[in-house]
Design a protein around this ligand. Sequence first.
Ligand code: SAM
Length: 279
Amino acid sequence: MSAIDTLPPLREVIATHGLTAKKALGQNFLLDLNLTARIARAAGDLTGCDVLEVGPGPGGLTRGLLAEGARRVVAIEKDARCLPALAQIAEAYPGRLEVLNADALALDWTAHLAPPIKVVANLPYNVGTELLVRWLTPPSWPPLWQSLTLMFQREVAERIVAPPGSKAYGRLAILAQWRAEARIALTLPPEAFTPAPKVRSAVVHLTALPAPRFPADPAVLERVVAKAFNQRRKMLRAALKGLAPDIEDRILAAGLSPTERAEQVPIEGFCALARAVAA
Ligand code: SAM
């Protein structure tokens, strides 16, 4: 019996329901309920919050979230084999767990949760970055979510929190840090998962800021950043060629040097550049 609830241990759950891991679904399960409770705690106080979880699998993290006091958990799981195990959890926490058997990339979850909303997930690695980018680029800001607490491959986590001038700094860092506070909450070795993946993992915690750090049109900023980092070793004047006929003047108007490289430009500089391009 686990310490956090009276449900069966996860190894037993997996054996009972025949949940052999499928690589195509990015299934690397966390079976240590103390660890899933730690991840749930990394999301901060969950009491009074609705939590969106993507990919609950056999439900280790789901149980952590419920035991930590989430008001409700809405869990989107693509693999129907996991449903009976999740139904058992729903029974143990009446009215607090809703499971949606769907592809998280295709489902609009907004009608299923009420604010305040936190997103907590041990994401399938094959869709993790795509989901993060969507959560970071909603139609308006602040977003519906208050925070994101997400598992990624360590390398992706480092790209999210990277400071300017570092090798990992790029589109993901700017997208994440422009409108959110981002930090690595914990790192995990491959052996924490069953089966163990080849890579190390890390949980990133992002808190939405009430407003962007610096003004910029999100679409223009996205275009400038994508172009600048498409050829990250090139000087700005070469990398941004084609964005505007007088791009050198606009780079100067933004207070930057045309000979700078994208990886040296802080978020404030990219926002100034986006404003100069939009002007
Ligand atoms: N949360 C569980 C844990 O920590 O043990 C499982 C994590 S496992 C890395 C990823 C889970 O996401 C799997 O259960 C998988 O079936 C599910 N999944 C994969 N692709 C999905 C998608 N597009 N939408 C929803 N769930 C998905």
